[in-house]
Design a protein around this ligand. Structure first.
Ligand SMILES: Cc1cc2nc3c(=O)[nH]c(=O)nc-3n(C[C@H](O)[C@H](O)[C@H](O)COP(=O)(O)O)c2cc1C
Length: 340
């Protein structure tokens, strides 16, 4: 039921001919948003768009490493629909070739990473470093748009150097080249993931483009944050990263709030524990590596599920030390069985 005073901010949008029926996307996060986590988010529902972790265009172009990369970062375009596969690289032809490879492997949207600030990527001129120069960034997206017949999107920061906002002229150039959506993490590269998120950049990007949807990103944690960003910047959708870790039900809560102005309750502890267990099972199902290292990789997210009674960290402290699915079940099953 929509509350009588609530003006809904819930509006689907399109990326090319793909309908994004819920205007809330899961942000790509290396080491977190693997196929298991994306599947979990899809099972819970109300996420409009998911995206793979970032894949290296160079690695995909190299026949010796291609298969391993595709196996390490798997996706299922039917089960995860709609989804984007994200690439990084700085050479237009290399990124375009990589785009063809991922499309041949089922990618329905290709996203170009222009947001990554970590030295291993940015020092080589890829990721956010592409935003140092609009014409280089444009050449990359132009080559990709020409190479594939699926929608191409870009994820940018405000700019590379502090205070120099290249997202705005780049957004215009990208739309002219045929890019079908842009996600804006409104921080500069040097800020990493901390500090002020400047929503004005998102608003200005939205104001400069014609039809191309703009997705706002940065510190969206609560349903109110999502609604406020949509309202204040005019963006078409919001993208949630860290706010979804250990809380994959956040999309449902946000979508409900945007639709109705009302809050869904936080899931009870037993339900959260069941979701955490499902996360662990999906990871073991989809992992391309043995169970033990897979479990070690899960620890950082399992520890975020907030399953402890008020004032305690006992469950959390054990979840970040688990070594097997049996350890995980031993901790979670009693909470699930409690039903509260
Ligand atoms: C651990 C981690 C890994 C990330 N990996 C990627 C990535 O692979 N590609 C990308 O475009 N952004 C990546 N990001 C940035 C996020 O997509 C997002 O822009 C950023 O976290 C801000 O959104 P948030 O405040 O909702 O988390 C990553 C962020 C984090 C915290």
């Amino acid at each position: 039921m929509v509350t009588p005073t609530h003006t809904t901010t819930f509006k689907p949008f399109f990326i090319g001919d793909i309908e994004i029926s819920v205007p809330i996307a899961l942000a790509p996060m290396a080491g977190h948003t693997n196929r298991a986590f994306r599947k979990l988010v899809r099972e819970i529902g109300d996420c409009g768009l998911v995206c793979t972790e970032v894949l290296s265009s160079n690695t995909l172009n190299n026949k010796g490493t291609r298969q391993k990369s595709l196996e390490k970062f798997p996706w299922d375009s039917v089960e995860e629909y709609p989804m984007a596969v994200q690439l990084f690289g700085n050479n237009p032809q290399t990124v375009a070739e990589a785009a063809k490879i991922v499309v041949d492997n089922g990618a329905m949207i290709v996203d170009i990473n222009m947001g990554c600030w970590v030295p291993k990527i940015a020092n080589k001129g890829s990721g956010a470093a592409l935003l140092r120069d609009v014409s280089t960034a444009r050449a990359v997206v132009e080559a990709v748009v020409q190479a594939v017949d699926v929608p191409v999107t870009v994820k940018v920061r405000s700019g590379f150097e502090d205070g120099i906002v290249t997202a705005i002229p780049f957004a215009k150039a990208a739309e002219e080249c045929g890019v079908k959506a842009i996600a804006v993490h409104a921080r500069f590269a040097g800020q990493g993931h901390q500090g002020y998120v400047d929503w004005e950049v998102i608003r200005d990007v939205k104001a400069i483009v014609n039809e191309m949807p703009v997705i706002g990103n940065g510190d969206i944690i609560t349903p109110e944050d999502a609604e406020e960003m949509l309202t204040r910047t005019g963006c078409d959708g919001v993208m949630v990263g860290r706010g979804a870790l250990g809380r994959p039900w956040i999309f449902k809560q946000m979508a409900h709030y945007l639709r109705t102005g009302e809050h869904l309750p936080e899931p009870p502890r037993s339900e959260k524990a069941a979701i955490a267990l499902r996360y662990a099972e999906l990871n073991l199902q989809y992992s391309s590596i043995p169970d033990y290292p897979t479990v070690l990789q899960m620890r950082k997210q399992l520890g975020k599920y907030n399953l402890d009674e008020e004032g305690s960290l006992a469950i959390r402290n054990q979840l970040v030390r688990v070594e097997s699915i049996t350890d995980i079940e031993t901790l979670l099953k009693p909470i699930i069985a409690s039903g509260v």
